[in-house]
Design a protein around this ligand. Structure first.
Ligand code: PLP
Length: 405
């Protein structure tokens, strides 16, 4: 037993479990996995080395692991309707690095959304290897709408001729127009990569349009809305399959994490059930109900609302920075992250906004009827950011709601 071998770590895991269950977990990239996913993650598959792919390994003893990985691959192909799936990337950032290795040489031009506008570090932002080693050109959102302007993306692509274009990001509250990105990529002969890390579960559940048929290469994490273990996948058409497989192994990685592969297979199995479709739609219904309640309370939402699982709030009009607001909310039992908003005038480590999402609270069982109450807590906590006892009172109300679910 862990508690006998290492009581310190055992106690910390217990404490984290209690912390998670006593809070409204609204970090948009997080979720709450099933007991089945946790069990697969904590299995003896962690003992096994298996460099290579099913049927072509560099180590003996793959009788079982080959079947595990093949099941994960087959389920990913069936769920998303793609020709090929690589389930070995260790996480989302390594999955995107494999894209660079597969289709670009150092110095080549890559195009992606800039980080402060909602893109990801690995889409060419300057502090990332992808921005240091490649010629990254970055598109923005419009200042007046908070949404990507595809005419601007097209002009930039025509001027810069990128070899790879990334669409998708980490703080995009609106539907991604995959067909429009595909036509821009076709015009400049670039490989379009859809990074659906945040929305993979919505795509799988039919609550966001699919990039399949538009983007020949799709990268995703498995631990956000898809509700699996920490890991990633790259989904491709037949043409791009071999380049991606070679980039992941032997290009970037050694042995795959087989315990994670098994847990990805479990999560994909769960995502194929009818209940997951309801879950994906409930995530969006909760986010939209929360956005409406926040708007009613005078919050300034980037792009005016949400089409998916996340909401980005610009707190400038409330006279508080994102960081003190996030800290107060955490004390009030509502966990989220401070975040830059488009055209932020404050610094990245002390930005103007907060980002919140509904994947984990939807898993927990919250419904749209409860979102006005959540908005009221958020509003009250931000107004009482310096008032510790008031924040503690909200935290007690949050715990009461969670205990009654
Ligand atoms: C989360 C995320 C990633 C990175 O995933 P990690 O598992 O944290 O490495 C990549 N791209 C996007 C769009 C993401 O949201």
């Amino acid at each position: 037993m862990l508690s006998d071998v290492d009581p310190e770590i055992a106690a910390l895991i217990q404490a984290e479990s209690a912390r998670q269950s006593s809070k409204l977990r609204m970090i948009a990239s997080e979720n709450d996995v099933s007991a089945a996913v946790l069990e697969a993650t904590g299995s003896v598959l962690t003992n096994k080395y298996s460099e290579g792919y099913p049927g072509k390994r560099y180590y003996e003893g793959q009788q079982v692991v080959d079947q595990v990985e093949q099941l994960a691959v087959d389920r990913a192909r069936a769920l998303f309707g793609v020709d090929h799936a690589n389930v070995q990337p260790l996480s989302g950032a390594p999955a995107n690095l494999a894209v660079y290795l597969a289709f670009l040489s150092p110095g080549d031009t890559v195009m992606g959304m800039s980080l402060p506008m909602g893109g990801h570090l690995t889409h060419g932002w300057n502090v990332s290897a992808t921005g240091k080693w490649f010629n990254a050109v970055q598109y923005d959102v419009r200042k007046d709408t908070g949404v990507v302007d595809l005419d601007e993306v097209r002009s930039l692509a025509l001027a810069e001729r990128p070899r790879v274009i990334f669409c998708g990001g980490t703080a995009i509250p609106r539907t991604i127009d995959f067909p429009a990105f595909a036509s821009i990529a076709a015009e400049v002969d670039a490989v379009l990569v859809a990074d659906i890390a945040h929305i993979a579960g919505l795509v799988a559940g039919g609550a966001h349009p699919s990039p399949v048929g538009h983007a020949p290469v799709i990268t995703t994490t498995t631990h956000k809305t898809l509700r699996g273990p920490r890991g990633a996948m790259i989904l491709t058409d037949a043409e791009h399959a071999r380049a991606i497989d070679r980039a992941v192994f032997p290009g970037l990685q050694g042995g795959p994490h087989n315990h994670t592969t098994a847990a990805i297979a479990v999560a994909l199995h769960e995502a194929m059930q009818p209940a997951f479709r309801s879950y994906a739609h409930a995530i969006v219904a909760n986010a939209q109900a929360l956005a409406a309640a926040l708007l009613e309370r005078g919050f300034d939402l980037v792009s005016g609302g949400t089409d998916n699982h996340l909401i980005l709030i610009d707190l400038t009009s409330k006279g508080i920075g994102g960081k003190p607001a996030a800290r107060a909310l955490d004390q009030a039992g509502i966990e989220l992250n401070y975040n830059a908003v488009p055209y932020d005038t404050r610094k990245p480590f002390d930005p103007s906004g907060i980002r919140l999402g509904t994947p984990a609270i939807t898993t927990r069982g919250l419904r749209p009827e409860q979102m006005p109450q959540v908005a009221e807590w958020i509003d009250r906590a931000i107004a009482a950011a310096d008032n510790g006892p008031a924040l503690d009172r909200i935290a007690a109300e949050v715990r009461e709601l969670l205990a009654a679910l």
